[in-house]
Design a binder for this molecule. Structure first.
Ligand SMILES: O=C(O)CCC(=O)c1ccccc1C(=O)O
Ligand SMILES: [Mg+2]
Length: 353
């Protein structure tokens, strides 16, 4: 198998402000693999876009991609219970391998992933939430209105960058202003006491779920916050400790799956299988990825059963992208590309001439 690599940098036109800092730029590496198949050859394209804090550094990612582990070439390769140490590099390489396998069998990546997870036929469209970053109440309401006018019926508000009372005022202002499902993400900002107060207030407002109210290591605190009238979602805890640790602790109603942070689309699907079996709802999101990884996350979301909106409406935050958006949001939903592979050969010319 031959491999190609191409580094890229994407600026955000709308930086995302969170309790964990502001995301302003995404740097990554496109990965191409080419292998022989049926007397010809088949290509696959992947994207490694590390986000330090969630994945390895850019330099570590590039280093691993110079000489990837041989095991990553095998279509059925899995990650163990421990999260992989260089998930973004693994994502980039594994996506290329899975894309090539899907293209070789003339089916969509979603179909390949659904089969891998033992799920039925993938959905043709995925509902998505608008992601609303931290800002004052007035700006937050304006962003929420803009999203609802554009057709979103689920909004995710970033909380935890300011203190609890002003944050709750922001949530109430949005709930009063728009008719939409509202979920919030504190990115681990609260201690146990503030989180309990927040959860009770959010339950009274009628919020769908609160994502990562406490720091990632506070898995037992997540468990203790369940059953108070608002669902609890684990995100950073899943990334840091894996799905099994969160399931064993009974820590979540909902689990956020970021393929880039978990080590690839296959790793996300394997995690989704265990969650679904345990009655926990998976929600697939990006880490604000380029078009190739974003499309792959859409395929993963389509392969996983469930009705919760996914966090995949992140393309519009980018000032420039790897190419034309293969997964645009229309009326709060994304149509799943029907293949072959992830996005057919749409990005091949970035790697091969
Ligand atoms: O879920 C979404 O709406 C978009 C993805 C998102 O919020 C995010 C993006 C980059 C890093 C972390 C997160 C997060 O969910 O915490
Ligand atoms: Mg989150």
């Amino acid at each position: 198998m031959s491999t190609e690599r191409r580094p890229f940098t994407l600026d955000l036109s709308r930086p995302l402000s969170t309790a964990d800092g502001t995301i302003e730029q995404r740097r990554g590496v496109l990965v191409g693999v080419e292998r022989s198949a049926d007397g010809g050859s088949v290509r696959g394209v992947g994207e490694a876009t590390p986000l330090p804090g969630w994945t390895e550094s850019y330099d570590a990612c590039r280093g691993v991609l110079e000489d990837p582990p041989e095991a990553w070439e095998h279509v059925d390769d899995t990650v163990g219970a421990e999260p992989p140490s260089t998930p973004a590099a693994r994502h980039g390489y594994r996506l290329a391998v899975l894309d090539a396998a899907a293209r070789a069998s003339r089916r969509s990546l979603a179909a390949l992933l659904a089969e891998r997870g033992g799920f039925s036929t993938p959905s043709e469209s995925v509902a998505v939430n608008a992601t609303v970053g931290d800002a004052d109440a007035e700006e937050t309401v304006a962003a929420a209105r803009e999203a609802v006018d554009a057709g979103f019926d689920c909004l995710k508000l970033k909380l935890g960058a300011r203190s609890l009372d002003p944050d709750l005022d922001r949530v109430r202002a949005v709930a009063d202003a728009v008719d939409a499902t509202i979920r919030v993400d504190a990115n681990g900002a609260w201690d146990r006491e503030s989180a309990a107060a927040a959860v009770d207030a959010l339950a009274a407002i009628g919020i769908e779920y609160v994502e990562q109210p406490v720091p990632p290591e506070e898995v037992s605190a997540l468990a203790a916050l369940r059953g108070r009238g608002v669902d609890i979602a684990a995100d950073e805890s899943i990334r840091a400790y894996g799905v099994d640790a969160v399931l064993d602790a009974g820590a979540a109603d909902v689990a956020v799956l970021k393929p880039m942070a978990l080590g690839g689309p296959g790793a996300a699907i394997d995690a989704a299988r265990r969650l679904v079996d345990a009655g926990v709802d998976p929600v697939v999101t990006t880490t604000i990825d380029g078009a190739v990884a974003r499309a792959a996350a859409v395929h993963a979301a389509a392969a996983v059963p469930g009705d919760r909106a996914c966090g995949l409406a992140t393309g519009k935050m980018l000032a420039s992208d790897l190419g034309t958006d293969p997964v645009p949001v229309v009326d709060g939903a994304i149509t799943v590309p029907d293949g072959p592979g992830n996005v057919g050969g749409a990005f091949d010319d970035l790697l091969w001439d």
